[in-house]
Design a protein around this ligand. Structure first.
Ligand code: FMN
Length: 386
């Protein structure tokens, strides 16, 4: 039986105090300019009991702005803001990676620099999915993603360079590593999907090699900055969130990427395993989305680094049962971390978990529903009831 509270050495160098990962979660609490702040430092510091925190999806550039109030990592002020966060997490004994993304077509011209069209692998629009942007009345709301413009070949290469700069900024902001967000229908996922990616250049077409080239160029840039043991990739194979078409080549692409990440010595693959959000972020509904265990076993056989599973875990027993399959090394918790800053302690001692109000997931309402959850032992009433 594998113990959730055993240490784990990640990527050959990072010693994690347990096998619990805090999943990346957009919380829209930035200051103007998409700048991380001391409130965010408090939030992440409170959750430093996780073996690894993966901080929320962070924009690589202004063209990645699909949702208002998500943080960036491309200005000096943003870098300094993130430094508050990493200092606080480290002061409290935690380890923290930054998740970096480009949303691609999951954007709207009202949020794009100079009102340009969102950037797409092709001109195919995400017909049924929303982003958080300015509606016709100028107010922020959930509206349909805009019609994208197909990126030119040279623009894709240049974007890999933009990621390289973001990785340098992340390292200077004090992050222990980076996670590349290649899941959930955002730009890398768009490139990897064989139905959506009908490009004829070296970033598209029939072969997994071409469809994964953009991701792997970016992984190479991350490895150059951080070293391989501090680079992870998040994937959601078989996910259909954000209008992703079902792709008969998913497994082929997944195994190709697993092999290439293994060759590069990447620290981990982070698989969104069981639950995927459906509909828009506002409703934040989740539905079942299984990745077949046989597929996972093939990934395991191909990729020598760590595998993180995420989705639907809310108890020590379910997490340890997953570890016992030997298919994975670490378990990520998303929603349970919102209301339980001391989740690791609660799981360890079998203390009950608090529920967070969904209405506070993505708001500008500061600490309400964000940093105002008490750690369990500090809550006398709850302890007495237990
Ligand atoms: C409020 C919220 C924000 C999220 N933001 C992100 C994000 O920034 N990046 C990402 O890869 N997934 C994001 N997700 C998905 C979670 O990381 C996770 O995959 C999902 O919540 C399922 O895990 P859970 O059942 O433990 O919550 C978000 C989920 C929630 C609830």
């Amino acid at each position: 039986m594998i113990n959730l509270f055993d240490q784990h050495v990640l990527g050959g160098t990072l010693s994690l105090k347990n096998r619990i990962v805090m999943a990346p979660m957009t919380r829209t609490r930035t200051s103007d300019g998409d700048i991380p702040n001391s409130l965010m430092a408090t939030y992440y510091g409170q959750r430093a009991g996780a073996g690894l925190i993966v901080a929320e999806a962070t924009d690589v550039a202004p063209s990645s702005k699909g949702y208002a109030m998500t943080p960036g990592i491309y200005t000096e002020a943003q870098r300094q803001g993130w430094r508050l966060v990493t200092d606080e997490v480290h002061r409290r004994g935690g380890t923290i990676f930054l998740q970096i993304w480009h949303v691609g077509r999951m954007a709207h011209q009202s949020m794009m620099p100079n009102g340009e069209a969102p950037w797409g692998v092709t001109e195919e629009r995400a017909q049924h999915s929303d982003v958080f942007a300015h509606g016709p009345d100028g107010k922020l709301s959930f509206i349909r993603a805009g019609a994208p413009r197909r990126l030119e070949t040279e623009e894709v290469s240049a974007l890999a360079g933009t990621f390289a700069q973001a990785f340098a900024n992340a390292r200077h902001a004090g992050f222990d590593g980076v996670e590349i967000h290649a899941a959930n229908g955002y730009l890398f996922d768009q490139f990897m999907n064989s139905i959506l990616n009908t490009r004829g250049d070296r970033y598209g077409g029939g072969s997994a090699e071409d469809r994964a080239r953009f991701l792997l160029e970016v992984v190479d840039a991350a490895v150059r900055e951080f070293g391989p043991g501090r680079v992870g990739v998040r994937l959601a194979p078989f996910g259909t969130f954000n209008s992703m078409p079902a792709d008969p080549k998913t497994e082929e692409t997944l195994l190709y990427v697993a092999g290439e990440l293994g060759r590069r010595g990447a620290a981990y693959m982070h698989l969104v395993y069981e639950l995927m959000p459906s509909g828009n972020m506002e409703s934040a509904e989740f539905r079942q989305q299984h990745v077949d265990h046989a597929v996972l076993a093939r990934v395991r056989a191909t990729f020598p680094g760590a595998i993180i599973w995420c989705g639907g875990f809310s108890s020590r027993a379910s997490a340890e049962a997953a570890l016992d399959t030997k298919l994975v090394d670490l378990i990520a918790f998303g929603r349970p971390y919102i209301g339980n800053p001391d989740l690791a302690e609660r799981l360890k001692h079998g203390w009950p978990l608090a529920d967070a109000d969904r209405a506070t997931y993505y708001t500008r309402r500061g600490e309400a529903g964000y940093t105002d959850f008490a750690p369990y032992p500090a809550d006398g009433a709850e302890r007495a009831a237990a």
